[in-house]
Design a protein around this ligand. Sequence first.
Ligand code: ATP
Ligand code: MG
Length: 282
Amino acid sequence: MIAIADKTEILIEALPYIQQYEQKTFVIKYGGAAMVDEELKETFAQDVTLLKKIGVRMVIVHGGGKDITDLAVKLGLPTRFVQGQRYTDEAMMEVVQMVLGGKTNQDIVARINQHDGGAVGLNGVDNGMFLVRKHTEGGADLGLVGDIVRVNTTFLELLFTHDVMPVIAPIGVDTEGRVHNINADIAAGCLAAALQAEKLVYLSDVPGVMVNNELLHSLDRSRAAALVDAGTVTSGMVPKIRSAFGALDAGVNKVHIIDGRVKHSMLLEIFTKEGVGTEVVH
Ligand SMILES: Nc1ncnc2c1ncn2[C@@H]1O[C@H](COP(=O)(O)OP(=O)(O)OP(=O)(O)O)[C@@H](O)[C@H]1O
Ligand SMILES: [Mg+2]
C-alpha cells in the first residue's frame, strides 16, 4: 500500500503537467496488445478518459490488422501479401470497412463511454477528413491502400468545442470517392500534424525502439536512418518512426513510442519527470 503522504505527493507532481496540457491536443495511436487484452483495454479507456477530464483534447487513431485478418479468415477470403504487406482488393476493403470502421471502432468507443469519456466513432471518410491518393511509394501495388494528401480537421474542431473525444478508424477517400485503407501509424502522424498537436503517442507492444535488447530513451533522425539502413528497425516500427519525424517537422511538439502492454504507461509518460519508452527528437 502507498502511504497517504506519498499519494498526495504523486498527485501534486502531476499538477504542473495538468496546467501545461489543458486545452492542448494529444493524438494517441492505439494498437497492438493494448487493443486485444481485456485488462489493458480497460486501463486504456480509463487513461484517455482521465486525460480528457482534465482538459486535454484527446484524439484516438486505432489499428486493427488482427481483427481484419480474423474476419477475412471466417469469410474464407484469401489474404494476399505483396513484399510482406497486405494487398487490399475490393473484397478485402469491404472487410476493412466493416471491421475497422465498424466493430473495432465501436468496441473502443463503447468501452471509453463506460467511463463517461464522451467518445464518438469516426473514420477518415467523415466530412472528408482524410483525402487520399493510391499508395505508390516503394513500387509495390498494394491495391486500395491510400496515402493521405489532405487532412480536413473542421469537424474535429467542432467536436472539441463540444467536449467530444473522436475515435478514428484509418480509412480515407480519394477524389473519385473510392475508399482506401490507410496505415494507422501514418494516419495518426498526419492528423497530429494537421491539428498541431502537443503530443503524438504510439502505443505499441514493445518497450519502445530497441537496439540489442536495450531501450533507446531518445532517438534522433540520423540515428533512426542508420538503424533502418542497418535493418535494426524493421516492419511495424518503420512507419511509426517515419511519421514521427514527419509530425515533428510539421510542428508537433513531442512524439513518444511507449509500451502499451504496461498498464497506465500513457499516464506515466505524461505525468512523470522520468517518462517511459522512446522519445523521437529533432
Ligand atoms: N528496433 C525495433 N524496436 C522495437 N520494435 C521493432 C524494432 N524493429 C522492428 N520492430 C517491430 O515493430 C513492431 C511494432 O509494430 P506493429 O505494427 O507490429 O505493432 P503496432 O503498430 O503497435 O500494432 P498494430 O499494427 O496492430 O496497430 C514490434 O512488435 C517489433 O516486432
Ligand atoms: Mg502497426
